[in-house]
Design a protein around this ligand. Structure first.
Ligand SMILES: Nc1ncnc2c1ncn2[C@@H]1O[C@H](COP(=O)(O)OP(=O)(O)O)[C@@H](O)[C@H]1O
Ligand SMILES: [Mg+2]
Length: 458
């Protein structure tokens, strides 16, 4: 597997575009004296280099020209450049030669990516054909400006009844899925991949174990899910910078489809692991830990990454980001920071999962901040009625359990208790079932107002 970081890795922003631009870039590249630096120290993951001129984000090649190690510049001072590796450090020593490629990481993009599984640097890892002849773009891109973005006004069907009705997602919305481990995040993402009306799904699997990735691809996603997706994978054993970049690679691929007018669904599992990778990168680059061991760059990273999703003048990226809440602590700093940036959150609950209630969405804790803009008055009234009934039932649950609830005390609770089984049947959905949003709304209407159209759940 070869990565073609050719001599053309200059910053395209400074170069005229088109054939003429390519020539200019090639000439400049040949004319420029290329300085070779050397490694002067390695501490932990940080490789200190002297003798090159570099900017933050530049890729450098360390070692022999035949089998170089790629590394990225993460910190600079007067003469020294600190780089973090994008591969194993074995073989790097003091004196190893270093050449700057003069530009950031670039990846191949194109329609051919559909159905492919890529590594954290955008290279195929599914044994399929090489990505030759495709255009190559920098992974960095500015988000659309706030004034150019269209407003979120259309719902995006996810095919999961509890989400489409109770936490509806808009085209271009960014939602966090907050859950502990083993609560059903991956299964939910795979249900969404199969049930959504989005034209293409880009899935980033970051920081998972290798076994989980294969399970997700083969069991959860399956061939039909994969056929409408691009999957980017950086497992937990990859260097932190690769795990970090994987999030940007997936986002950049989503942007490429968006810029061709597509409605893209970008799913990232998990945002927490990207933040943890940034923590390792920041600490290795010499940043001080600030909030609960996280350096400031972690909190700067989250908005930069998440702002790149959202509506755009053409097309849009709807983002679903899973956030791990370890020990089911919903207030840890990453979860807190993510919640403040995202436009909605879905909470998965361990008690529901252990009781076999899947998808384990805790509806009363989940909110979509754009519900008002993407639902009809009737839909809003139905979903808030169901919420009211569920809340009333929750209020009296303990009384009911000990047999102390007196029917007639709370009319909403009485109604909720009478409808309890139907409500649970409505909110549950087996992993292979896809329910169009229109059908889900009809089923909710039938649940609340009787069954005029014979709309059942089966
Ligand atoms: N919709 C579902 N129907 C039945 N079982 C499910 C469903 N979703 C999740 N599960 C069960 O929960 C387990 C953990 O789910 P998974 O999606 O792997 O969790 P996570 O990604 O949060 O670690 C799965 O092995 C599966 O048995
Ligand atoms: Mg998982």
């Amino acid at each position: 597997m070869s990565l073609m970081f050719g001599e053309d890795m200059t910053d395209t922003a400074a170069t005229p575009s088109g054939l003429f631009g390519d020539r200019v870039a090639a000439l400049r590249s040949v004319a420029r004296p290329r300085r070779t630096g050397v490694v002067v120290g390695v501490v932990g993951l940080a490789v200190t280099v002297s003798g090159i001129v570099a900017r933050i984000g530049d890729l450098v090649r360390i070692g022999s020209a035949e089998a170089p190690l790629l590394a990225e510049v993460v910190a600079l001072d007067h003469e020294r450049v600190v780089c973090l590796p994008l591969g194993p450090l074995g073989g790097v020593g003091v004196g190893s030669p270093v050449v700057n490629t003069e530009g950031p990481l670039r990846i191949a993009v194109g329609e051919e990516l559909r159905g492919r599984v890529l590594d954290g640097l955008g290279r195929p890892m599914d044994g399929g054909p090489a990505l030759t002849g495709m255009s190559r773009v920098s992974v960095d891109m500015a988000p659309p400006s706030a004034m150019e973005r269209s407003l979120i006004s259309e719902p995006l069907q996810l095919g999961v009844r509890a989400l489409d009705t109770m936490v509806p997602c808009g085209h271009g919305q960014r939602i966090g899925i907050f859950a502990g481990s083993g609560v059903g995040k991956s299964s939910l993402l795979s249900m969404i991949t199969r049930g959504t009306e989005a034209e293409i799904t880009v899935i980033a699997l970051i920081g998972e174990r290798g076994r989980e990735v294969r399970e997700f691809l083969e069991h959860d996603l399956g061939p039909e899910g994969l056929a409408r997706s691009v999957v980017v994978v950086a497992t937990s054993d990859q260097p932190p910078l690769v795990r970090l970049r994987a999030g940007f690679v997936a986002t950049r691929i989503a942007e490429w489809y968006r810029d061709r007018g597509k409605n893209v669904l970008l799913m990232m599992d998990s945002l927490t692991r990207i933040a943890m990778a940034q923590r390792e990168v920041g600490l290795s680059a010499g940043e001080p830990p600030a909030t609960r061991g996280f350096p400031p760059s972690v909190f700067a990273l989250l908005p930069t990454l998440l702002e790149r999703a959202g509506p755009a003048p053409v097309g849009g990226i709807t983002g679903l980001y899973t956030v791990l809440v370890e020990g089911d602590d919903h207030n840890e700093p990453i979860a807190d920071a993510a919640r403040s940036i995202l436009d909605g959150h879905v909470v998965l609950d361990r008690r529901l999962a252990t009781a076999g209630h899947f998808p384990s969405i805790e509806v009363l804790e989940s909110v979509s901040r754009v519900t008002g803009a993407i639902t009809t008055p009737q839909q809003r009234s139905d979903s808030s009625e169901l919420r009211r009934l569920m809340a009333a039932q929750r209020d009296v649950r303990e009384l009911v359990e000990i047999g102390a609830y007196v029917p007639g005390t709370n009319p909403d609770a009485d109604r909720a208790l009478a409808l309890r089984d139907q409500i649970n049947d409505f909110l549950r959905q087996s992993i292979g079932d896809q329910v169009p949003a229109e059908r889900a709304w009809a089923q909710l209407g039938a649940l609340l107002h009787g069954n005029p159209n014979g709309e059942g759940l089966s």
